[in-house]
Unconditional design. Structure first.
Length: 339
């Protein structure tokens, strides 16, 4: 399913709230929604199919939602709803659990039981924004008995696998309009692996996760670790393996299916950062060799040679083509700094 997005701003004021409720009910699950801002409701909903999964993006003002036992009987997609809060303040209740959520929190609940939710209009928090990953219950390799204590609890997404999954979902949502069906299906499998890893870790059920999923989660952690340490010129496979308590041999085995060595992946990502920085007008007065050094490429000659191999032009020429037309005077000053 291609990405679709709807915004109430395109509708007459009197139709906005009812329309938004109908779209949410069809795309998520039948839910009773009320709002003090129903008379001029400003919200949006986006939906992307990810193979057997679905991703929903939402933005909305203050509201209250309730999925009653009657609504569960009326229609149940039998999914776990894993929600990442991006903005605003929310509350969710299911069973005996209640959670207050802020930006940077995950929350999990099941469509098969009643639940209540609320988005609050608190000063300084802005409108509520969230990404929901709809996980078919049959595909999650953790039993509901293990997950029960996680329902309607705040699961922080600021570090560890929570941060990895959050960054992944934000990237998928950002790129959704340009994804084709094969890409969406592949991202769905990656999303399922990461979500299963997060839930298993929180439910102390890592032993229930298949080895291939554990490897994908480990690789995702390694990817984030690499991104965080690109500026260190001494950074390499030994540091990665030591930090993740694995052998260098296993590290290379994990990377083998990608067709790229660990060192090559580090070099490529450093060059990608340099490629971006060289087209940033705010960094125009920073010498080219300093751009390389800030991403761990401390040898100007080696940086220039690697950049030319990767992109077909030296870094200085890449900068001139990207920025020279609009910033000639400043660019000449930068070139003078580079000699």
């Amino acid at each position: 399913m291609a990405f679709t997005e709807f915004d109430t701003a395109a509708l007459p004021r009197e139709q906005r709230f009812d329309w938004w409720c109908e779209v949410v009910g069809r795309g998520v699950a039948p839910t009773r929604i009320t709002s003090d801002e129903a008379s001029d409701f400003m919200g949006s909903v986006g939906s992307l199919g990810l193979g057997p999964l679905q991703l929903t993006t939402m933005a909305f003002p203050g509201l209250r939602s309730e999925r009653t036992a009657e609504l569960v009987r009326r229609g149940d997609p039998e999914t776990y709803e894993l929600t990442l809060v991006l903005g605003g303040s929310m509350e969710v209740s299911q069973g005996r659990n209640d959670a207050a959520l802020l930006a940077g929190d995950f929350a999990l609940w099941t469509s098969s039981r009643p639940y209540r939710g609320r988005a609050l209009n608190l000063p300084g928090t802005g409108a509520a924004r969230a990404i929901i990953l709809h996980l078919p219950r049959t595909l999650v390799p953790v039993t509901e008995a293990r997950l029960d204590r996680l329902f309607a609890c705040a699961l922080p997404a600021r570090s560890g696998i929570g941060r990895i999954l959050a960054d992944h979902l934000i990237s998928v949502a950002r790129e959704a309009p340009g994804l084709d069906e094969p890409d969406s299906e592949r991202l769905g499998l990656a999303s399922l692996d990461l979500a299963a890893g997060l839930l298993a870790a929180r439910a102390d059920a890592q032993d229930r996760v298949p080895p291939e999923t554990r490897h994908q989660v480990l690789l995702a952690r390694i990817d984030v670790f690499i991104q965080d340490h690109l500026a260190d010129p001494q950074f390499g496979p030994d540091a990665i393996a030591a930090h993740h308590h694995i052998s260098v041999r296993l590290l290379h085995q994990l990377f083998r299916p990608r067709g790229e060595t660990v060192s090559a992946a580090i070099r490529r990502r450093r060059l990608e950062r340099c490629h971006e920085d060289l087209t940033d007008p705010r960094l125009l007065t920073v010498p080219v060799h300093a751009i390389g050094a800030r991403w761990g490429l401390t040898s100007p000659e080696r940086f220039s040679r690697s950049f030319r191999t990767a992109y077909g032009v030296p870094p200085g020429e890449h900068r001139r083509k990207a920025l020279g037309v609009h910033s000639g005077t400043t660019l000449r000053a930068s070139q003078a700094n580079d000699g």
